[in-house]
Design a protein around this ligand. Structure first.
Ligand SMILES: [Zn+2]
Length: 296
């Protein structure tokens, strides 16, 4: 109950990007990010320390692609336990005992509706990953970047039923031309709320997507369904711009910070970043939240 307990004192700040940070540190296309927990331990530790220094109350683990289905692409599916456990150990060691460590679990890339995998096999893969993250002393599991509600439910259940950890689940929404928000698989923010809570999530929300401004209507939609459930937002630094073969994220730390107040007013309880956000983004979000809370 660590996160729910800490939320009683006010808004919490999460960390920023992992994938784009690893790339900045030299992770090459085609390399397995989770293998860096073994081969580049100090670089991974440094990412965690950068976010703690910037003011994060919680940091994730380098285990987003740590399911057997993602790792098997690199011939590493035999290393699920080790890579996830070490991921949590690294974040714990770098963050210290007082900060929260969120064990990251991303999508498997297997599509249930196409019958590429059975629900039982998916559940087992998530179970294995969640147990290893708990063994490495994560405080909570964050199931994230989900687009399929069934997969999200299986991941939340697997973590909730097989560990003693709080489970957070965030899905990724895009804005349609109609102005509504849907995941790639057609799920709306309001449709995910009750099923994820029923599966065992104690915090829900949104991550990645098109930038922090779009998170406001998403949080408002969640709040129309449920006023109590804590809501976490990990927003991208805007829509990625592809230029000269590389990806750039346009939102500056100042721009992102300018949306923090309306995001809190919409009902967000935990705010952090996703793709393209840096420790400087987190620092500005921290400053903004601290100023707002002092005023109240
Ligand atoms: Zn992202």
């Amino acid at each position: 109950m660590k996160i729910l307990e800490k939320l009683k004192s006010g808004i919490l700040i999460s960390d920023g990007a992992w994938g784009t940070f690893l790339q900045k540190k030299g992770l090459l296309p085609g390399e397995c990010p989770e293998l860096w927990n073994i081969t580049h331990r100090s670089e991974v530790m440094d990412i965690v320390r950068s976010y703690i220094r910037a003011g994060s109350d919680m940091v994730e683990t380098n285990s987003f692609g740590g399911s057997r289905f993602k790792l098997e692409k690199y011939g590493l599916d035999g290393k699920v336990k080790e890579l996830n456990r070490v991921a949590a150990e690294i974040s714990r060691e770098a963050a210290g005992p007082d900060k929260l460590v969120l064990g990251s679990i991303g999508p498997t890339g297997k599509i249930l509706i196409m019958e590429e995998v059975t629900p039982e096999v998916l559940y087992e893969a998530f179970r294995e990953q969640a147990i290893a993250l708990e063994a490495g002393s994560a405080d909570a599991i964050v199931v994230e970047t989900m687009t399929d509600l069934e997969e999200a439910i299986l991941a939340v259940k697997a973590a909730h039923e097989n560990t003693n950890l709080e489970v957070i689940c965030t899905m990724t929404f895009d804005k349609l031309v109609t102005g509504e928000y849907r995941t790639m698989m057609g799920i709306s923010p309001s449709e995910m709320v009750q099923p994820l809570i029923d599966a065992g999530a104690s915090v829900i929300g949104a991550n990645c997507g098109n930038g922090i401004a779009g998170m406001i209507p998403v949080v408002e939609e969640i709040r129309r369904i449920n006023r109590q459930i804590p809501v976490l937002v990990h927003a991208n630094a805007g829509m990625p711009v592809y230029c000269d073969g590389s990806t750039r994220f346009p939102e500056s730390p100042e721009e992102m910070a300018s949306y923090v107040k309306p995001l809190i007013l919409a009902g967000a309880n935990i705010i952090g970043g996703c793709c393209g956000t840096t420790p400087e983004h987190i620092r500005r979000i921290r400053e903004t939240v601290d100023k707002l809370e002092k005023r109240n």
